[in-house]
Write a protein that binds this ligand. Structure first.
Ligand code: XMP
Length: 602
């Protein structure tokens, strides 16, 4: 099969490039960035991905120089763009003034080759602090932005292209057109499809499992169900044993619903284990999100191993099956050069060890959610199962924030004052909130405070979107922005010592259930990709209580996301319903895109 190689320099979107190419029905493989050129001879085109490093650092990853002599088209994206210029003698340097994060307008200077059929001006998506500071010889500028003269460059003779922006994310409007143009330049045949994936994967499962059986951790979500169906197709349902663990962090009445769905999807071998007491016990007094994730992930394995013992299964006859998808691996820092954003429950150390021992099977580990859904549809799973909103393995545990006490970073009052001076003319005021959440910026994890914006009259989402992005980019101590759902005069804020308890989870379950029913009632469920409801131990104007944060997002594959601009009247009605819950002192709405925020708060 004709194929394209994506050299992975550790960027959060490296693998997304391969996903996009597959969408264009061309087979694409991710390979290590330091692969020798001779191993790339069978590829029709080569792409250098983005990455978190700086090309001018001695230790940063470089590509084999001989790749430039292979005679196939080459495309460098972000770090890859800088590397391409650097390998040909151009200066690359850090330049704070020229860094660009988010949507940026680019003037197309030459609508040829990679830029064939583009408009004179295109919206592209940037995330960089380093820049290409001079044009390599033999190259022309094909696109410039206000801050980046050499935002896109081309050597038409060799078919080498470099772009500072990420053409693989959906925010770059003509990104797919550019990729299609690149594939045309590579003269590659369109031979990849979902049907082909299923066919190949079934064969691969048969080969890997041999005469063993698979013990599968299932959650009722689309990923583990699709993985289960693939395994069952390859091995027969009786050789796939499903374990559904109730951690205590499921949604309201979720256990019953999941059991029903899984049985309907053909799980004949299903075992349900209520392990909620073990989970609450293990998480007593834990505040740190990464520690929480580790404990939850490790406990999944412990519970599974206990069941193996109880059932007297011979561990040598069984493999562990998981519905891991690609973002779980990349965000956990699980590819060679990627930074850790957060540890997904199926990527904790104990599992990594089993993977090394060859004892884990993950049939959809290379796919993104949109591809998993296509596989599910192709294999005949019901629509409501395939299109369920994603729900994370650690469940409500990562939506129930824990804190020991209030936390403000050093110098926060000065930053808050500066922000307020700057936005005074808009009629909006800002407060830095005394707790933290996880974010992702420039391929790195952040753990910072949110900024609460108090909007006085009409909700103009476009303006809020721009303002939120700008304020987060300019102020390093914050990584999220929120707005009030109803105006509240904040006199005092308290953060009470809180960890995961059944009482707090019950309150969150109730809030989450109100939200879930509300979006279905109002028929906006399908417009939203995922809607985390977060409980924060932040009490507003009262000594004891909590805050609900609404985090609806639109996304395609979870690597990037935009906040969902909910209608004001709906937002207010939802807020009023949530405020009726005992113990809720405020409801805020998250207006952060990903990046700089992550979808989940922890
Ligand atoms: P973030 O918060 O990283 O989330 O933007 C991206 C997507 O991944 C889901 N998520 C998880 N899924 N195990 C999972 O199965 C996990 O540990 C986990 N953490 C985050 C999240 O809900 C979103 O869809």
């Amino acid at each position: 099969m004709d194929k394209i190689a994506v050299l992975d320099f550790g960027g959060q979107y490296a693998h997304l490039i391969a996903n996009r190419i597959r969408r264009l029905n061309v087979y694409s493989e991710i390979v290590d960035a330091d692969i020798p050129a001779e191993k790339l001879k069978d590829y029709k085109g080569i792409i250098f991905s983005g990455g978190p490093q700086s090309v001018y650092d001695i230790d940063s990853i470089k590509a084999d120089e001989a790749i430039l002599d292979l005679g196939v088209p080459l495309l460098g994206i972000c770090y890859g763009h800088q590397l391409l210029a650097f390998m040909q003698g151009s200066e690359v340097r850090h330049d704070k003034q020229s860094s660009e994060f988010g949507l940026t307008n680019m003037k197309v200077k030459k609508a040829e080759g990679l830029f064939k059929s583009l408009d004179d001006e295109e919206v592209v998506w940037m995330s960089h602090g380093d820049i290409v500071a001079e044009l390599p010889s033999g190259y022309e500028v094909i696109g410039s932005t206000e801050k980046g003269e050499w935002a896109a460059i081309a050597n038409f003779e060799k078919n080498f292209y470099g772009v500072q922006f990420h053409l693989e994310v959906t925010h770059t409007k003509s990104g797919m057109q550019m990729l299609q143009n690149f594939l045309d330049l590579c003269q590659v045949k369109k031979e990849w499809s979902i049907e082909k994936f299923i066919e190949n994967e079934v064969k691969a499962i048969e080969k890997k499992v041999g005469d063993k059986k698979v013990f599968m951790l299932v959650s009722g979500g689309v990923d583990s169900t699709v993985a289960f169906v693939l395994l069952s197709r390859a091995l027969g349902a009786e050789r796939v044993y499903g374990l559904f663990v109730d951690t205590g962090f499921l949604r309201w009445k979720e256990r019953e619903k999941v059991e029903k769905t899984l049985r309907n999807a053909g799980f004949t071998n299903l075992h349900v284990k209520d392990a909620s007491n073990e989970y609450y016990e293990a998480l007593k007094g834990i505040f740190d999100p990464e520690l929480k994730r580790k404990i939850i992930g490790d406990l999944f394995i412990e519970v599974q191993q206990k069941i193996v013992e109880e059932l007297q299964l011979d561990p040598n006859e069984w493999l562990l099956g998981q519905g891991t998808i690609y973002p779980d691996t990349i965000e956990s820092g699980g590819t060679k050069h990627a930074a850790k954003i957060k540890t997904h429950h199926n990527r904790v150390e104990a599992i990594e060890k089993l993977i090394e021992e060859g004892k884990v099977i993950e049939p959809i580990a290379q796919l993104y959610k949109d591809e998993v859904r296509k596989v599910g549809e192709e294999m005949g799973l019901p629509k409501e199962m395939v299109w369920r909103h994603p729900f994370p393995g650690p469940g409500l545990a990562v939506r129930c924030l824990c804190a020991k006490e209030e936390f403000y970073p050093e110098g926060y009052a000065v930053v808050e004052g500066k922000i307020n001076d700057e936005i005074e003319k808009t009629g909006i005021s800002a407060r830095i909130l005394p707790l933290q959440s996880v974010g992702v910026q420039g391929d790195y994890r952040t753990y910072r405070n949110p900024l609460l914006l108090k909007i006085n009259d009409s909700l103009d989402w476009k303006m809020i979107n721009q303002l939120a992005t700008q304020l987060i980019n300019q102020n390093e101590i914050v990584n999220r922005a929120l707005v009030h759902c109803r105006p509240v005069e904040i006199e005092h804020m308290y953060v009470n010592e809180s960890f995961l308890t059944p009482e707090r989870i019950e309150l969150l379950q109730k809030a989450d259930d109100i939200v879930d029913n509300f979006i279905k009632e109002n028929k906006i469920n399908d417009d939203i990709w995922q809607f985390p409801t977060v409980l924060a131990p932040l009490s507003v104007n009262s000594a004891r209580g909590e805050t609900v944060i609404l985090r609806p997002v639109q996304s395609e594959e979870a690597m990037t996301a935009n906040f969902y601009p909910m209608q004001k009247a709906l937002l207010e009605e939802l807020c009023d319903r949530l405020m009726e819950l005992d113990g809720i002192t405020a409801v805020f709405f998250d207006v952060t895109n990903k990046p700089p925020g992550t979808i989940e708060w922890e």
